[in-house]
Structures are given as structure tokens and as C-alpha cells.
Design a binder for this molecule. Structure first.
Ligand SMILES: NC(=O)c1ccc[n+]([C@@H]2O[C@H](COP(=O)([O-])OP(=O)(O)OC[C@H]3O[C@@H](n4cnc5c(N)ncnc54)[C@H](O)[C@@H]3O)[C@@H](O)[C@H]2O)c1
Length: 333
């Protein structure tokens, strides 16, 4: 039986996930959608799905067995708490929520429910290249990982909408989450350095360099450049005691012309991670059909929230800002 899904938020990524769930993957059926923009919701509703007036109506509907949240970050907490109260598995796009207190409330609600219901949209964990990098590290042949270098470069960001805080409290979450996952470790402190600004950045704090201090003593350095013009370029390299392992620099079409032989770099993050998004939902559907969740959890969303907060403190203070996590509830063990 196909999993009956309701989608909250039918903007850019909501529409992409609707396409994925209706045209790419099997085992899912979208029965309801909703958006504060009712016209957008009606336009995005696939055949056989209705638009509800509110997220609450959608979450409580008998023909919705699981929920996908693609609304703006500040709306996530209430929608997640409603899903947990209804006992329905929920996929929530990042960010989990937008404050530490909100993350703690979602953790408390899910822990009180007694098992995991929430999967957070950290899609890099489903990317084949990251998975094979993790398999090499976990295999142990290179010895203990000591340092990880993460590069996150965007062609451009929308002027006026993307602010100077966003490299640290929005873009960085992906690098922070993948570092925790690859190194199987928590981040204990964050430091931020700001080099000369890019003249392409419309006065944005861009680029930034972030140091993530892991509990084990390993250090991650992250470069975030959000107006770098040439491509969406994601890199990762882990230095271990006896060798290094790196992501392949995702090859695209090979072009031969009067300038030589070169490989084009994707310009759009959706192209780079399209297979990862598909796999993320493939695995979510299987877990949700069993009434639960696997993959990135509320705990992982909480950790990312703390890193974003610490990075904002660090860019102001210039200091290494510590992170203190609460005790981990058993459901996230
Ligand atoms: N995993 C990723 O790589 C990735 C990529 C892009 C976006 N995102 C996340 O997905 C979410 C949506 O991003 P987007 O780019 O699609 O934004 P968007 O602005 O294109 O779409 C968001 C939609 O949510 C609706 N909405 C907002 N608040 C709502 C509420 N309370 N109830 C119902 N609908 C509501 C808006 O009207 C809009 O249609 C954000 O949290 C964003 O950070 C994640």
C-alpha cells in the first residue's frame, strides 16, 4: 500500500519534493497539500490531492499517514509538535527549528512519545560520494581521522534575501551535520574568521572560514563562499593518521574545445544533490511506512542549531565559542 502523504509548504523545495514523490519514487501517494499561499497550494496539488486550509487540518486528516514539512524555518516547531502529537512520521526540511529552546521542545515531545518520528532534511548523508567517504573512514585502514576540510561554494545568492548571518546560520548547517556524521563525533566549539570580502557579495560577509572543534580533538575547517561565480562546488577531504580520503570532485560533462579539455562544474545545488534527495526520500518512505523514522534526527537538527548559534556568537566575539549539549535521550542512541 502506498504511504499517504501530506505536504506543508509548496514553494521551491516543496514542489521539487512533490515531483520526486509523484514522478520519481514508488510507494508514496500525496493526498493533501497546504500553504499559507492558497493559490500556490492549489497549483502545486498533484492529481488526486486536495489543498487544506491549514497545516493542522492536513496533519490531523485521516487520509494523511505521514507529513513532509517544507515551510519556512520559523513555522517548523509548531508543525513538528502537531505531527508528534498526532503520532505521524514527519520529514522536515532543514532547519529543524530556529532556536535552541524550540529544538529542546521538539526533543522533549518526541522523547515523551517514546520513539523517533522525525527525519531532518540533511540530504548529504544520502549522497553516494559522502557514503563511500564515510565507509573508508569507518573501515579504519587510514587510521584515526585528525582533520576534515569542507568546502561549500555557491555561484550566487539572492540579493536582499540572503543576509550576512546566513552563511553561518543557514549554509553552514550542511557542513556541520556532515562533519558530525563523517567523524561520528559532536562539535564542542566554533570559531569564525572573516577574510577580505568578495566584491561580488553586495556587502555580505562573504567568504567566511569556520573552525569546528570536535569532541575527540579533530578539527574541521569549513570554507563558505556564496558568490563565487564559477559553480556550485562542494569538496571534502579527511586527513587521517595514515592517509587521506576525499570526495571526488563530481565530474560533469567533459568539454574539449580550443581552450583544452575541461569538466563543467554544476551551477545548481539541485543538480549536485539530485540523487541524494531521491535516496533521502526512498529511505524515509520505508521508515514512515513502518510508523517511524531513521536517518538524520531531531538530535541532529538540535546539534546544527547550536552550531549556527555558536557561529554567530563567534563572528561577533572573535573567540572560540563553546557548545554545550543536553544529555542525549535514549531514542537517539
Ligand atoms: N535541504 C536543502 O538543501 C534545502 C534546500 C532548499 C530549501 N531548504 C529548506 O526548505 C524550506 C523551504 O524552502 P524553500 O526554498 O522551498 O522556500 P520557499 O519560500 O520557496 O517556500 C516555502 C513555502 O512555505 C510556505 N509557508 C511558509 N510558512 C508557512 C506556514 N506556516 N504554513 C504553511 N505554509 C507556509 C510559503 O508560503 C512558501 O510557499 C526552508 O526551511 C529551507 O531552509 C532545504
Amino acid at each position: 500500500m502506498a504511504l499517504k502523504i501530506g505536504v506543508i509548504g509548496t514553494g521551491m523545495i516543496g514542489q521539487d519534493h512533490i515531483r520526486r514523490l509523484t514522478q520519481v519514487l514508488s510507494g508514496a501517494q500525496i493526498t493533501a497539500v497546504t500553504d499559507i499561499d492558497a493559490v500556490r497550494a492549489a497549483a502545486a496539488a498533484p492529481a488526486g490531492a486536495r489543498a487544506t486550509n491549514t497545516p493542522q487540518e492536513l496533519i490531523r486528516a485521516d487520509d494523511v499517514e505521514a507529513v513532509v514539512i517544507c515551510s519556512w524555518g520559523p513555522a517548523h516547531e509548531e508543525q513538528l509538535l502537531d505531527c508528534i502529537a498526532a503520532g505521524k512520521p514527519v520529514f522536515c526540511e532543514k532547519p529543524l527549528v530556529t532556536s535552541e529552546q524550540a529544538a529542546l521542545r521538539v526533543i522533549d515531545a518526541e522523547a515523551a512519545f517514546g520513539r523517533r518520528l522525525v527525519q531532518v532534511g540533511f540530504m548529504r548523508r544520502f549522497d553516494a560520494d559522502y557514503r563511500s567517504l564515510k565507509a573508508v573512514i569507518d573501515g579504519g585502514t587510514l587510521g584515526t581521522p585528525l582533520m576534515y576540510k569542507s568546502v561549500h561554494r555557491n555561484v550566487s545568492v539572492p540579493a536582499g534575501l540572503y543576509t550576512s548571518d546566513m552563511p553561518l546560520n543557514d549554509t553552514l548547517v550542511h557542513d556541520a551535520d556532515i562533519s558530525r556524521w563523517l567523524l561520528d563525533d559532536e562539535i564542542s566549539a566554533v570559531e569564525v574568521r572573516t577574510p577580505r570580502r568578495s566584491s561580488r557579495g553586495q556587502d555580505l560577509r562573504d567568504p567566511v572560514m569556520v573552525m569546528l572543534y570536535m569532541g575527540s580533538g579533530a578539527i574541521v575547517d569549513v570554507e563558505i563562499s556564496v558568490n563565487i561565480a564559477y559553480g556550485y562546488d562542494i569538496r571534502g577531504e579527511v586527513s587521517c593518521e595514515q592517509g587521506i580520503a576525499a570526495l571526488p570532485n563530481r565530474p560533469a560533462t567533459v568539454i574539449s574545445d580550443q581552450f583544452g579539455i575541461r569538466q563543467a562544474i554544476p551551477r545548481d545545488w539541485r543538480d549536485r544533490f539530485i540523487d541524494a534527495y531521491d535516496q533521502e526520500f526512498r529511505e524515509w518512505i520505508i521508515a514512515a511506512q513502518k510508523g517511524g523514522a531513521t536517518g538524520p534526527s531531531t538530535w541532529d537538527g538540535y546539534a546544527a542549531t547550536l552550531v549556527g548559534d555558536a557561529a554567530l556568537r563567534a563572528v561577533t566575539s572573535g573567540a572560540r565559542e563553546p557548545i554545550h549539549m543536553r544529555d542525549k535521550p535514549d531514542i537517539y542512541a
